[in-house]
Structures are given as structure tokens and as C-alpha cells.
Write a protein that binds this ligand. Sequence first.
Ligand SMILES: Cc1cc2nc3c(=O)[nH]c(=O)nc-3n(C[C@H](O)[C@H](O)[C@H](O)COP(=O)(O)OP(=O)(O)OC[C@H]3O[C@@H](n4cnc5c(N)ncnc54)[C@H](O)[C@@H]3O)c2cc1C
Ligand code: SF4
Length: 346
Amino acid sequence: MTPFRYVKVASPAEAIARISGHPDARFVAGATTLLDLMKLSVETPDLLIDINHIGLDRIVVDDRGLHIGAQVLNTDLAEHPAVKERWTVLSQAILAGASTQLRNMATAAGNLLQGNRCGYFRDTAMPCNRRKLGSGCGALGEQAGVEGINRYCAVLGTSPSCIAAHPSDMCVALVALDAQVRITGPNGERQVPAQEFFRLPGDSPQIQTVLRHDELIVGIDVPPPHAGARSIYLKVRDRTSYAYALTSAGVVLTRNRDGTIGHVGIALGGVGSVPWRAPGAEAVLRGKAPSDALFRKAAAAAFEGAVPYQYNGFKIALGQDTLIRVLNDLVHPGADNAEEVAGEQS
Ligand SMILES: Cc1cc2nc3c(=O)[nH]c(=O)nc-3n(C[C@H](O)[C@H](O)[C@H](O)COP(=O)(O)OP(=O)(O)OC[C@H]3O[C@@H](n4cnc5c(N)ncnc54)[C@H](O)[C@@H]3O)c2cc1C
Ligand code: SF4
């Protein structure tokens, strides 16, 4: 491990002052991602700036919605009574991620910035354009002429330089809920819709979000729920705990008086290079009476343009089934559905 210095800061302003002009410094929150990457020499900061005591650990609910401080712990957010009741999809998504111990340390901003879990990214002996631009993509295996281990990779939003899937569960719910990320930096504050916070890999996969190095996430704002909205997060994975999504769907939905679908927000996990909003599927559903045929049509629209790789083609059918299951559970109240297991259980 490369030697590094460590400082604690007491305010967002001090955090920004410390990181400005210091390209090899990193903020550290719960450390559940960053320390792993440092142990693997994927990240080699020379300075860690501890931002756990800068007053960003509050959850506020008011008439403008839910306001989540950047350093709120994943457990505290998922277990907050108002979040469980009014933003159910967010609570379910967080509880479907990682493990209790990790959620007790992990923060909201750290979750947004957890990067990717591709095995080649985490192994400095392997090619990876995200870690070292121009070195190639181990998951695509272009250098060896055969594809690498890409079972967990994305089928939507990929590029010839990177096919990694975005791993977060929480971010899928935030995208479905039209959340905004609040950011501060040397040039003041700005807000970015969660959906636009993440960047597609394109030809610069090493840049994963719109956050600049000298900017700090200060919070996440989620608008009030639409009247009568129900929401569900469903995650399909290899084991019931400690496993990333093969596929997932976070859906928020309201019904009109005549039973047709009113507002609908759909985001998918495990299948996209970023938490994947599905506006095509939403358009298919909006204003229509729910039916199996309609849900199948919406699921097909959600995966329009999907590109399978050697070992992850199953994600297209599985992802569609995951979305159809959530839609069915939402229009048939009484369904209780936070989890689904594919393959072997641990
Ligand atoms: C074994 C394991 C299994 C996991 N399984 C899942 C899973 O199933 N689903 C899932 O969604 N996640 C999963 N995770 C990821 C976990 O959710 C993240 O590690 C966690 O959310 C990161 O939060 P943290 O506070 O520990 O971040 P840190 O590790 O402290 O930081 C992560 C990154 O965020 C930056 N950062 C942190 N806060 C800020 C801020 N306010 N402003 C700017 N930059 C900031 C840091 O500089 C760093 O680059 C898993 C992790 C592990 C280790
Ligand atoms: S998929 Fe992306 S993260 Fe994985 S090896 Fe290829 S470039 Fe690296």
C-alpha cells in the first residue's frame, strides 16, 4: 500500500479548500469502497480527507420532499420511518444492497460514487480502460481475441471501451424517484438530476460522473411522492446477501381514477452502464389500462437497443421478467416483494 496522509476537516468549505489544487487527494466517508481500492493499489491517494464530521448527516422531511445529507448512513436512510412509508422503493433498494455491516458504515454520497465492480478494474495486472485509458477492456477481451468474464456486465449504454454495469441499488431508486444531487465546489452550489449525474462510458470510461475533483456532494433531494404512488424495488441476484444485482427494477407508479396508469418512473439496475432510466417503457404504460400484454410491451421497450455479450445475454430476458414482475406487483396491491434470488443460495 502506498503511504498517504490523513486529515479530518470540520466543514464543507474546509473540505473543498483541502482538495483544491491537490489532484491525488481523495475524500473518505465510510471507506467501504475506497479502502478496498487502496489495498488493491487501484487507488493510490497521497492524502485522505475525512469528511465524516462536516455536519452533513441529517435526514429532513418537509413539504418539498426528502433531503438526505451526503454523509447519512445507508442503514439510517433505509430504516427512516418516512422513507419506508413514502419512498418505499428507496428503502427497499438500500436494504437489498451489500450487508448490514457495510450499510452501517456506507454513506449516501459514497454509494453514488462507488464506481464499478468489474473484476478487471480491480486487478492492476489486467487491462482496463476505466483504470488506465488505452490499456484495453478485459471484459471484452479484445486483446486475447476471446471475451473475458462479462456475466455481470451491462447490456445497455455500453461502448467499445467499457461494458461494466453500474453496481448500485440505491442509485436505481433515486433515478426512478427523480432525485437531484446537490454539489458544492469552488464555484458555488449546483444541482444535478440523479439521472444526469452518471456518465455513459463512451470513449472516456475513466470519467464516471459529472462531479469534478474539487467538488463535494452535500446532499440528495427527493421530491414528495405523487398522490397515491406505490413503489417497489426488486433485485435478482446469485445469493440473498452480499451479491450485486444481475438485474433489478425500481418502479414508482400511480393509477388514475379509471384504473389506467398515471405517473410512472422506471429505472433498471445490473443491466446498464449507469442506473438505467427507461423512458420508452414509461411512455408505453402512461395512460393505458394495465394488462400482461401491455407490461410485456413496456419491458421490450425498456431493453430496446440492448447489446448482449458472450456471458450476459440472459440479462435481457431476465431484466424484462424482473420489470414485468414489479409492474404486476404494483397493480395488484398486497404483493410483498423486496427480493428475488436467481441461481444458488448461500
Ligand atoms: C462486499 C461489498 C458488497 C457490496 N454490495 C453492494 C450491493 O449489493 N449494492 C450496492 O448498491 N452497493 C454495494 N456495495 C457498495 C457499497 O454500497 C459502497 O461501498 C458504499 O456505499 C460506499 O460508501 P462509503 O461511504 O463507504 O464510501 P467511501 O468508500 O468512503 O468513498 C467512496 C468514494 O466516494 C467519494 N466520496 C464519498 N463521499 C463523498 C462526498 N460527499 N463528496 C464527494 N466524494 C465523496 C470518495 O472520495 C470515494 O471516491 C458493496 C460493497 C462491498 C465492499
Ligand atoms: S468493462 Fe470497463 S471496468 Fe471492466 S475491464 Fe472493461 S473497461 Fe475495465
